[in-house]
Design a protein around this ligand. Sequence first.
Ligand code: NI
Length: 168
Amino acid sequence: MSDELNVMEVLKYPNPILQKKSQPVEVFDDDLAKFVQDLFSAMRVHDGVGLAAPQVGVLKKVAVIEYDGKSYVLINPRVVDQKGIQDSEEGCLSFPGIYAHVTRPQWVKVETRDINGGTLELEAEGYTARAFLHEMDHLNGKLFIDYLSTLKRNTIKKKIAKHTGGHF
Ligand code: NI
């Protein structure tokens, strides 16, 4: 209970911050390390596989992923190689209860910084690759519904508007 009080809130679509581009991290200090730990905490509490900084209102290129017992930190990440194709259902903590099929590469190699500022390459495939790419999209203000047809996207928007009482 006390843990939960300190956990960062996850912004929900259509919060406009979710569609803004994040800035690269330039300072690798204790505040960054603390922020990465806070992202992991929020992701775990909300039962997510990944969480990106803009989802907690911070427009910095930082994201965390945890899947199949492995944790990954992405800072200023970029895709340097990709192979194959996969098509399966995907969700997002900023879209509770919404899932849609998204086509993505099956395998990716990503260049990223670690929390000390070092550069490293990470490889991911299958669902982990999907999570990497989904979180990296968040850092560019891109959302998984952006991959859908206008018709499907509008259906989702209407569903969310009905749920929140908002207008589009
Ligand atoms: Ni997401």
